[in-house]
Design a binder for this molecule. Structure first.
Ligand code: TRP
Ligand code: ZN
Length: 877
């Protein structure tokens, strides 16, 4: 029999903490075998708590060994406290006291990568969400905010760098000849923002002068072999600091801001106060080793973590149900920053593509949850696309509804009113309402209602009255635990494109304009436009003004009109995608039914004119030419047949490529560059376009292309072009694919992050022996089961490898399930995330669905972590 199943925690049960911790004094005696952690917690009963006699209950993981506990220096005998599985309970305490705990931990055996652990040669921490309890006993909840002082003791020869939050205030030598350093952070914070790093690190230094003239020291630390790869991160940091001052009026508050890169990390990065810790994949960047996407990611993640200093740290979350308060807002902030630094249309298209594939799929699956969940079993499972990306869309809609100026007033009020507090999503909404006078009551349903709304739109033109009526119906499908849904309030930014290609000025509610923002707030609603001088096609949801699915019946000619004439770049891209989706749907059906694929593609016509137009922005052309991804098509399907999707995409790609070969070749040549590599929008656009057309060209019967691909792969001076060519070689039937892949490894075997790309690509290579090859890859010296980046690379490759992963004998799914079971024992957070592809079994076509379900059941029969248990049990429920 398995043990009792883990229980859910509910938002409705929230209570203020019975105790507060005004000051936290920590001492770490770091050691390779046992690390001693001593804490002095200055505690008092919380006057706001109704539980006047509540016992003191501290959180602590089973990996924390208690040596001694004292109240006001009185050592408690065992009879005066109790140790439960994950708690230290003291029944009798004074109202005001100092609690001292001495605990032992073994960071070198910490494979969960939560709490204090080792990554290569260093000690580092990860405390969000509930990692601090793996360091020592504490009130490990975000509404307990404390001023931290941290003393680090270590062997100075091995760990010359010792860092913690705040400013360094003391340093010296212990009696045993070890070195110690003391750090003090004057800003009260929850334990999840605590950080410590010790190692033999190099750093680059810079300074930033804030808007009030304060000088801030900026330091980025890496192991010595990577120190040449952080200049771009430093530059991104300075631009982020400036942007947050200009756009939000937010100034940095400590004298020093430090960033550290570590190789073993469960997520992207962490916003610890004054000491951000990054997965090296989100910090290191050089032209030779990093693609354009990689540069953009570094810039965005550096900004994201920096922006948390206000949206997250100065104002934090009351409880973990409010996670999107900091994450949704901060993602919105980093999206707008990236948009300002690069091409806004490209940025929006990328964010929306991601949302529509991955977040929409989550919203339609067994783990669907509101942006403010009502319950969870394991909070780590709720660092989701819904909390982050949909949460950011909610903030974006507020921005649209209020307008730029009122939104800024709202954010100023929010930061001013709640500085130093732990608050809720409702507090955020209230600040926005109070500052703007806009009623967001109905709007706030976005926080509590899960699922992706579907808008069905019909329109009718009345020539005699020169008017147009738009009827919009909204419907949100049921999600687990939420069978019925209410009407949501959302902004629909739109315009009308006349059949002659002109954008029309029309009147809506007495306002004459080319663009209107409609307020949809009912299940069914009609909007009237007057002065519509000709028949027109609506361009709806410009810039994706609400995170919904849009159903509007437009034929190919109407979509081509929007594609060529819409004034909104985002919607031009949308039109091209819709056209492609329509054609691919026909092809997917044919493939499913075993028919020969056959379509007369209108896309070719649209692409032809776009490829010929030399005045178009190459970024726009690249976006439009990119076919919808297999995962987006899967999200749209009722019953997913991955092989049919792959076949349809391949067919359409070949059709387009063969009919437009001449134009593609010209476009490739036109976008080649001899300038030195720069990670700027203009160059990125050209590289993107060049590589998209090379992808098409590669599937034609042109014998010249193989040489072009090899040459680009072998002679490029930057990773973007080199890796694009290599990927194309591996994914087409290029005769030299294996040789190129092997050469790539030899060239880059010393660059761990590049090797990860090689792992991913190798695992994605199709072939009858693909799974055997992947198993061999796991034995390769470049692979390491302990490193999350390596595991994700390999499995990312596998899940893209359609014939291998979705093999009808179930071997691909079994392989993944085996790995989940194995990894769950060492790193539950990582294992839990790997369950996603299998958790979507209900949407797969029948035979694959049954195979996936069987594997989930096999996993469920194991002794599981809370993390994996929650995902598996919800998937099978
Ligand atoms: N708060 C971090 C961010 O979004 C992410 C984060 C949450 C995290 N939990 C984590 C990072 C665990 C690493 C490990 O910026
Ligand atoms: Zn974040």
């Amino acid at each position: 029999m398995k043990e009792a199943q883990p229980a859910a925690i509910h938002l409705k049960d929230y209570q203020v903490p019975p105790f507060l911790i005004d000051k936290t004094e920590l001492t770490f005696d770091l050691d390779e075998s046992v690390t001693i952690v001593t804490s002095r917690l200055h505690m008092r009963r919380n006057p706001a708590s109704k539980k006047a006699n509540a016992p003191l209950v501290l959180d602590g993981g089973e990996d924390v060994r208690l040596v001694a506990v004292a109240i006001d220096d009185y050592q408690l005998p065992p009879a005066e406290y109790r140790l439960d599985d994950n708690q230290l309970i003291i029944t009798a305490t004074p109202d005001l006291f100092v609690l001292t705990c001495e605990t032992l931990i073994e960071p070198q055996n910490n494979t969960r990568l939560e709490g204090l652990y080792r990554s290569s040669s260093m000690f580092c921490t990860q405390c969000e969400a509930e990692g601090f309890r793996h360091i020592t006993y504490y009130l490990d909840r975000p509404d307990v905010m404390s001023v931290f002082t941290t003393k680090i003791i270590a062997d100075a020869n091995v760990y010359p760098t010792m860092l913690a939050n705040g400013n360094q205030v003391d340093e010296g030598e212990t009696e045993e000849g070890k070195r110690f350093l003391v750090w003090h952070d004057p800003f009260p914070k929850p334990a999840y923002l605590f950080a410590l790093v010790a190692g033999n690190l190099n750093k680059i230094e810079d300074t930033f002068t804030t808007m009030s003239g304060k000088n801030v020291a900026l330091e980025i630390f890496t192991e010595s072999h990577n120190i040449d790869k952080v200049d771009y991160a430093m530059d991104s940091l300075k631009r982020s600091m400036k942007w947050d001052e200009e756009v939000y009026g937010r100034e940095y508050d400590l004298d020093i801001f430090m960033v550290v890169a570590v190789d073993d990390f469960n997520m992207g990065a962490m916003e610890n106060k004054g000491l951000n810790i990054f997965n090296s994949s989100c910090l290191l960047a050089t032209p030779e080793t990093t693609t354009d996407d990689g540069f953009l990611r570094v810039e965005a993640v550096v900004a994201h973590e920096y922006f948390h200093n206000w949206s997250g740290n100065r104002v934090t979350c009351r409880d973990w149900f409010q996670l999107s308060l900091k994450e949704g807002f901060t993602v919105f902030r980093d999206q707008m920053f990236s948009s300002d630094m690069n091409s806004p249309t490209v940025k929006r298209v990328e964010d929306v593509s991601f949302l529509r594939t991955a977040q929409f799929a989550e919203d339609a699956g067994p783990m669907a949850h509101p942006v403010r969940p009502a319950s969870f079993i394991e909070i780590s499972n709720f660092y989701t696309l819904t909390i982050y990306e949909k949460g950011a869309e909610i903030v974006r809609m507020i921005h649209t509804l209020l307008g730029e100026d009122a939104f800024r007033k709202g954010s100023d009020l929010y930061f001013e009113r709640h500085d130093g507090q732990a608050v809720t999503c409702d507090d955020f909404i209230r600040a926005m309402e109070d500052a703007s006078g806009v009623d967001l009551k109905q709007f706030s349903r976005w926080y509590s209602q899960a699922g992706t709304p579907v808008l069905s739109v019909a329109f009718e033109y009345n020539e005699a009255e020169t008017s147009l009526t738009l009827t919009v119906k909204q419907m949100t499908p049921a999600t687990p635990g939420q069978p019925t849904k209410l009407a949501l309030h959302m902004p629909i930014r739109m315009g009308l494109i006349g059949k002659d290609g002109q954008e029309l000025t029309t009147q809506h509610q007495g306002v004459a304009a080319k663009e209107h923002v409609l307020h949809l707030n009912q299940l069914s609603q009609t909007f009237e436009f007057k002065g519509v001088s000709q028949a027109a096609v609506p361009s709806l949801l410009r810039g994706f003004s609400a995170p919904v699915k849009l159903n509007i019946d437009l034929d190919a000619q109407e979509l081509l009109l929007l594609l060529s004439s819409d004034t909104d770049g985002f919607n031009r891209w949308c039109a091209a995608q819709q056209l492609a989706v329509n054609e691919l749907s026909v092809l997917i059906e044919q493939a499913k039914n075993g028919e020969t694929l056959n379509i007369e593609s209108h896309l070719v016509e649209g692409f032809a004119s776009i490829l010929k137009d030399e005045n178009l922005d190459p970024a726009m052309v690249a976006l439009i030419l990119t076919l919808p991804s297999a995962s987006y098509l899967a999200e749209l399907a009722d019953s997913i047949d991955p092989k049919a999707i792959a076949k349809a995409r391949k067919f359409l790609k070949e059709q387009i490529a063969n009919q437009l070969k001449a134009e593609l070749v010209t476009c490739y040549e036109r976008n080649k560059m001899s300038d030195a590599y720069l990670p700027n929008a203009e160059q990125m656009a050209k590289r993107q376009l060049k590589n998209v057309v090379l992808g098409y060209w590669s599937v034609t019967h042109d014998t010249a292309v193989a040489k072009v691909i090899s040459e680009q792969c072998l002679t490029s001076d930057n990773m973007t072009d080199e890796f694009a060519a290599l990927s194309i070689a591996v994914n087409s039937e290029h005769s030299e694919a294996d040789k190129l892949l092997a050469g790539f490894y030899d060239k880059w075997s010393n660059e761990s992050l590049v090797v990860n790309k090689w792992l991913m690509l190798s695992a994605s290579q199709e072939g009858s022996d693909a799974l055997a090859k992947i198993k061999t890859l796991m034995e390769h010296p470049a692979f390491d089961l302990k490193n999350p980046n390596k595991v994700r690379s390999l499995l990312g490759g596998l899940t893209q490898n359609v014939p291998c992963f979705h093999h009808q004998d179930g071997s691909g799914y079994a392989f993944l399930a085996d790995l989940i079971i194995e990894l769950d024992k060492r790193n539950p957070q990582l294992a839990s995330r790997l369950c996603t592809p299998l958790s979507r079994w209900r949407k797969m076509e029948a035979s694959l669905s049954a195979l996936m379900k069987a594997e989930l059941e096999r996993v469920q029969a194991q002794d599981l972590s809370k993390d994996v248990y929650e995902v598996i049990s919800k998937s099978l429920a």
